[in-house]
Every structure is written in C-alpha cells, then in structure tokens.
Design a protein around this ligand. Structure first.
Ligand code: PEP
Ligand code: CO
Length: 451
C-alpha cells in the first residue's frame, strides 16, 4: 500500500467519525455532550484485557465444538431495573439454563449476558405517533426517556454518564455475587419450577432435570468435578456497540501489547442495521481487539458477509468473530445454507450462533409486539439441523430473556396467549422470554442437542 492509502486506512479510536454513522442521536447541547465524553474517557475501565482475551479464546474453542455459548438478557436494559432483585434473577436464569446446557452438551457453557451496558437501541423509524401526536422514538435509557412526550424524547447526553454508572454497579454486583459463592453450582439451587410443574409437559422436563441432578450428584460423590464446567463461574458482559461516541470513550490502549480494547464490555456486537462494510460501526470495531459478533438478517448478501468478516478479522483469528444469524423461522431454510457455504469457501474462522428472536417478532391485533415460543424454537431447531447436516457447528444461542415473570412472548408450556400480554408487559422494546419460558427453552435445547 502506498503511503497515502496507508494513511487513509489508518485506524484510530475516532477514525469512525470520517464515515457515515447510522442510528446516532443528535444532541442540541454539543458542548455538554463533549464534556460527558471527556468524563467517560477519564474513568477507569469496567473490564480488563485479560478477561477479554479469555473470552475470545473460549469463543474460538466453542467455534471448534469445544464449548457452547449462551448469550441472553434484555432487549434494552432499563435504569429502573438496576436493582438487587432484577439483576439477581437475570443472573440466576442464565446460570440455571447454563447448568442444563452443560449437561446436555457435555461441554463448558460460556455465559454472556446482554447486561451492564445494553442501553441504546437501533430503531426502524425516527418518530412514532402516540395518541395522534408525532414524537421522536425511544432509543434506550442511555439516549432519551421512554415517556411518550416530546420533551422526554429529546436525547440527553447526561444519560450516557448514567449508562456508565448503571453498567458499573451492575457488573460490580454480579462480580460480588460470584465472589461470594452465590454462583457456586455445588450448592443446591432453588429452581422455581412451580409454573412448569403444573403443565402437561412437566414429566418430560422432569426426566431431563433428574438426569442432570443425577450427574451432578455423581460428580460430587466422586469429587471429580471439572472446575471449568461446574466449580468456578465465569460470566461475561455484552451489548450492541451502537452509540459510537460512547464506545470510543470506552476504548483504552493496552500498552503492554500495543493494541486497543473496548473496556466497556467483554464482547460487543454490531447490529443488523449498522453493519455496512464502509460504515462507521465497522470502522470502529475493526480497530478494537475484543471478540465481536455480527448480527445477520435474511437480506444479507453472502459476499457482503464474507467481506465484512474479512475487514473485521484480517488475520483470521479464532474467536474474534461470532456470526449471529437472526433470519426468522420462514427464512432460515433458504438463507442459512448459503451463508455456511460462503464462509467455508472463504476459509474464514467464525463461531456460529443463532438469535431466534429478532426474525420472529409479530404484532398482535391490538398492536402489541410479541413473539411466539414455537417460532423461536422452530428457527433454533432448523438452524441446528442445517449446521449439523453440513458438518458445520452451531456453537451458541442468543436470547432476549429475563428472570422475572413477565408476559411478553406467547406460548410455551405455560401457554401465554395474546390476552395475557397486558398482565405484566415490562419491556420498553422487544418482548422477552420469561423465567418459565426460558427454563423450558433450555430443556428443549438440551433435548435437541442430545438427539
Ligand atoms: C437486538 O439484538 O436487540 C437487535 C436490535 O438485533 P438486530 O440488530 O439483530 O435487529
Ligand atoms: Co431486541
């Protein structure tokens, strides 16, 4: 490359600013925004380089069949949910699901929360009409307010500081839970399965659970517990890297290795709406050394996808790229085989995961966003089989879920219907699986993996 081209290609934490950045809020008070970014840049990192490298190594191993990734959490975290009960429940549901998957897959399960930083959302429309008035859309607590009033929807840069503080206390609490032994899976767990126990599916799930508990008891008795699967708990954070000013402020130089890392989360993903190869998001992420995931929807062009992987992982490093397909139950069958073939042909190292949520969103007759449990499971099963039949490996799953008893998705053994949705619909954005639906999903994935 000649010198000029090299300079043009040079990456810095702010080089994204020379590219087109989609989905960015516009702040009226530019000076206030700059002050906020300055403060964020000065704070200590939330995550250390060693943790990030460890996750990347594990994701690489999972890509080769030596592990399984369970990634899940809210569509968007709300500041009001940053409390002991809600965080404990979220952490617990992911742990419980991971226990089930560990025994089904007979592999270490890598737990990654959509947590401690999932505060900004890409939106399909700039505005929405509420009670006849057109107002800007809600973009996440990190950007603007949810209340449907024009003034509350104005982007406020102080919310970026709030995002950072909420992320910090969330991760602090999770680290405290782990350090204090909450996550020690040798101890008996409280499985709140009462709701599922009342359904006709229970005998099937009880069998799976019994096998798991037997296996745990067996390992306990013989003392041969593999610490990677049971003894020590690792938990990683992730969010969509959407607000590039914020992400730039989370960027730290690792002097030891002469590289840059985003120390605001272990893993970040690039969303379906912002993954343009010559856009600002891809520019930013090509220069930070974290493991990066890319969401891939059904409209993707195969060459665009492999091009994107090439830009983000020029050295073809294992664990660097996770492809999270979110194709929709109806489209997975036509699209996924071509994607697998393209990656194989280009000899790119990727770890495959499936998000069966974002391609399966429906609107009820009364205008409520929901997802049907059967469609979610359907896409997952189909994706699993497509990979298996091609000797490719589906190494992970990505869910929007919560440990609380919300009513946002319909179906499952607990058989929520459209009429139940108004009972406890909490999400400010997409519908999540609730506690019972998430546990059931884990049982069903266990069954899928075992057959
Ligand atoms: C999300 O994960 O919440 C999201 C917006 O996903 P996608 O980019 O796949 O639409
Ligand atoms: Co979502």
């Amino acid at each position: 490359m000649d010198e000029k081209a090299e300079r043009k290609n040079e990456w810095t934490p702010s080089s994204w600013q020379n590219k087109k950045a989609l989905q960015q809020p516009v702040y009226r008070d530019d000076e206030g925004y700059r002050r906020v970014i300055g403060r964020l840049t000065s704070y200590p990192p939330l995550i250390s380089p060693g943790e990030i490298d460890r996750l990347k190594r594990k994701i690489g191993e999972a890509g080769e069949g030596e592990g399984f990734i369970l990634q899940g959490g809210d569509c968007v975290e709300r500041f009001i949910d940053c409390n002991e009960r809600t965080i404990t429940n979220k952490f617990k549901i992911i742990l419980q699901m991971s226990v089930i998957l560990t025994y089904a897959a007979r592999k270490p399960v890598i737990r990654i929360g959509r947590i401690a930083g999932q505060y900004s959302k890409p939106r399909s429309n700039e505005t929405e009409v509420i009670k006849g008035v057109e107002i800007p859309v809600y973009r996440g607590d990190g950007i603007n307010g949810y209340d449907p009033e024009k003034a509350k929807r104005e982007p406020d840069s102080l919310r970026l500081l709030e995002s950072f503080y909420h992320s910090a206390v969330t991760i602090n609490y999770i680290r405290a839970l782990i350090a204090g032994g909450f996550a020690d899976l040798h101890r008996p767990f409280t499985w709140n399965l009462y709701e599922i126990e009342q359904t006709e599916k229970w005998p099937e799930y009880r069998d799976i659970l019994e096998q798991i508990l037997d296996a745990i008891r067996f390992m306990e008795t013989f003392g041969g517990v593999n610490t990677d699967t049971l003894g020590s708990i690792e938990f990683y954070t992730s969010h969509e890297g959407l607000h590039l000013g914020y992400e730039e402020a989370m960027t730290r130089r690792d002097e030891r290795l002469g590289r840059y890392l985003n120390c605001g989360a272990h893993m970040l993903w690039i969303g379906e709406r912002t993954r343009h190869p010559d856009g600002a998001h891809v520019e930013y992420f090509r220069g930070v050394d974290n493991p990066i995931a890319i969401k891939i929807g059904p409209s993707i062009d195969k060459d665009e996808m492999t091009g994107l992987i090439g830009i983000l992982n020029p050295k073809n490093e294992k664990g660097r790229i996770t492809i999270i397909t979110r194709l929709g139950r109806d489209r997975a069958g036509d699209v996924l085989p071509g994607l697998i073939a393209a990656v194989r042909k280009s000899r790119q190292s990727v770890t495959w995961s499936c998000d069966p949520m974002h391609g399966n969103t429906d609107i009820t007759e009364t205008g409520v966003k929901t997802r049907n449990f059967d469609n979610i499971l359907g896409e997952l099963k189909e994706s699993y089989v497509i990979h298996r039949d091609r000797k490719s490996i589906l190494s992970g799953v990505h869910f929007e879920l919560t440990g609380d008893d919300v009513t946002e998705c319909i179906g499952g053994a607990v058989d929520l219907t459209a009429n139940d949705l108004s009972r406890n619909y909490q999400s400010y954005c997409d519908p999540r699986l609730n506690y019972a639906q998430s546990m059931e999903m884990a049982f069903l994935i266990a069954k899928l993996i075992k057959t």
